[in-house]
Structure formats: structure tokens, C-alpha cells
Ligand binder design. Structure first.
Ligand code: IPD
Ligand code: CA
Ligand code: CA
Length: 263
């Protein structure tokens, strides 16, 4: 269901994609935010468009956007948006970046849309209704973790010692990708192209849409401990997998998350 919200999210995704394409080039102008991460005029324009659109169409709903939010109001629903996930690749003219939008109801993502404007791939899922790309159903792989292609962070930041996780994964025979966008990488899990991803950040806009899209494609998304979590505030990272590999992935991560406290 959520037919109206789905149409709304789809339209917004395509509008965001048009803005991304308009700005996308090697060396696009950007400035550094307080946390050192880059932001471009495209990130800000998409966030603004999303805020105005939600406030106009669903005035009872709240918004959490990476570049600006508006408080939750009467409905208990929050739209969670990363206007561009993968801003670093975006500024290098590398097309591994995506628009991401989720509708979260009482802490649970019930609708998600991702858009890759470079390949014109619109991913969508609603709880209980399956996941698709451009209307075609998608599903995860059934590969085990052993020898798997797995996406990890390629720099030190967030909750994990990423160098240690990567070294351990390679030593154990996994093949590692670091594409600079957890949303892009998670979409590859949803389509069965790779087996799993590990996310060490705490920003809910990186995971909310991924949660419903990967799970509706047959996969699993948990916190770094392998436990469920809410998607209406900070998250304790994420393990994103094809389900088959999830227990092995949580076991593999156990030593790396030991100092983080209970899940
Ligand atoms: C970043 C990307 C990156 C991940 C960082 C995110 P941004 O998002 O998803 O892959 O490693 O945790 O912050 O800044 O490009 O939206
Ligand atoms: Ca992001
Ligand atoms: Ca972003």
C-alpha cells in the first residue's frame, strides 16, 4: 500500500537525480563541513527540495535530512533522506553515489527509494511488498561469506577500526570493495551482485532506506552486533547481507565490535 507516498518518493527521486546529473563532473565545487566531509550545491539543493516537498505534501510528518531537518510533528512518521550518499565519489566524477529516501513509522522503515541517475536505476520497496529496480523484482544472492565480495570502509572513521576489519577480511579470503557510498554498496547486496557490507557510521540517513530495500529483496540489515535497531535517531552502524551470510558476518565482526557495548 502507501500508494500515494510511493508515487511521491519516486517523483522526488527523479527530481533529485536531475539535480545530480546537472552538477556531476570531475572536481565539482565543494566545501568541507564541520566533520571534515564534503558538501556540494547539489546536496543542499536536493535536501531543500525534499524538505519543502514533504512539508507541503505531508505537513504532519517530520524530516531527518543530512543537510537539514524539520521536527517530527503529529503523525509519528519521519522521512529520512540522504540527498547524495557518496559525495566524495560525486566530487571526483565517479558515479558510485545515490539519492536515498525512507519513510520511517515508529522507528521502522516502511518505504524506501534509492536512485542512481547515471544508470537510471530506481530501487524501491515497501514493507511486505518486495523490492524492485525500475519495476522489475530484485533478490539477494545465496552466497556464503567464505570467499565473498564484501564492501568495507576504505578509510579510518566511525565506530570501527576499519584498517583492522579490512585486513582481517582479506586474510580470511574475502574480496573487498570500497566504493565510497554505503547506499550504493547496499543496493548491490539487494540485487545479488555482492554478498554483504559493513557500515561503521551512526547516521540514520545512510541506512533507513537500505533497511527496507535489502530486507524486501530477501536480505538482512542489523546493527554491528547483529541485533535489530530503530531508524529514527542515531544508529550503531550496520551489517547488511544476503541473509545466508549474516550469522557468519556477525561472528566475523564480533572481535571488532567488542568494545562498543551491548547491541
Ligand atoms: C558517506 C558514504 C560513505 C560512508 C560514510 C558516509 P556521504 O556518506 O556513505 O560510504 O563510509 O559513512 O558518511 O557523506 O557521502 O553522504
Ligand atoms: Ca551518507
Ligand atoms: Ca550525503
Amino acid at each position: 500500500m502507501l500508494t500515494h507516498e510511493r508515487d511521491f518518493a519516486r517523483t522526488l527521486a527523479r527530481q533529485a537525480g536531475a539535480i545530480m546529473l546537472e552538477h556531476f563532473r570531475t572536481g565539482v565545487a565543494h566545501r568541507s563541513k564541520g566533520d571534515g566531509s564534503p558538501v556540494t550545491a547539489a546536496d543542499e539543493a536536493i535536501n531543500q527540495l525534499m524538505l519543502e516537498s514533504v512539508n507541503r505534501t505531508y505537513p504532519g510528518d517530520g524530516v531527518i535530512g543530512e543537510e537539514g531537518s524539520s521536527p517530527a510533528t503529529s503523525s509519528g512518521r519521519i522521512w529520512v533522506c540522504d540527498p547524495i550518499d557518496g559525495t566524495i565519489p560525486f566530487t571526483f566524477g565517479i558515479p558510485t553515489n545515490m539519492f536515498s529516501l525512507a519513510l520511517v513509522d515508529d522507528g521502522l522503515p516502511v518505504l524506501g527509494v534509492l536512485y542512481d541517475p547515471y544508470l537510471d536505476r530506481l530501487y524501491e520497496a515497501a514493507q511486505g511488498e518486495g523490492a524492485s529496480v525500475n519495476g522489475q523484482p530484485i533478490s539477494v544472492s545465496d552466497a556464503p561469506l567464505s570467499g565473498a565480495f564484501i564492501a568495507l570502509h576504505g578509510a579510518q572513521f566511525g565506530l570501527l577500526d576499519n584498517a583492522a576489519v579490512m585486513s582481517d577480511a582479506i586474510t580470511q579470503g574475502m574480496r573487498v570493495l570500497a566504493l565510497g557510498s554505503i547506499v550504493y554498496e547496499s543496493a548491490l547486496v539487494a540485487t545479488g551482485q555482492i554478498t554483504a557490507c559493513v557500515f561503521g557510521g551512526q547516521s540514520v540517513w545512510d541506512l533507513a532506506a537500505v533497511k527496507v530495500i535489502v530486507e524486501e529483496a530477501g536480505g538482512v540489515v542489523t546493527d554491528l552486533h547483529g541485533e535489530p535497531q530503530r531508524y529514527d535517531g542515531s544508529v550503531t552502524g550496520g551489517l547488511i547481507s544476503n541473509r545466508m551470510a549474516h550469522t557468519a558476518l556477525a561472528d566475523f565482526m564480533r572481535t571488532h565490535v567488542a568494545g562498543l557495548g551491548a547491541g
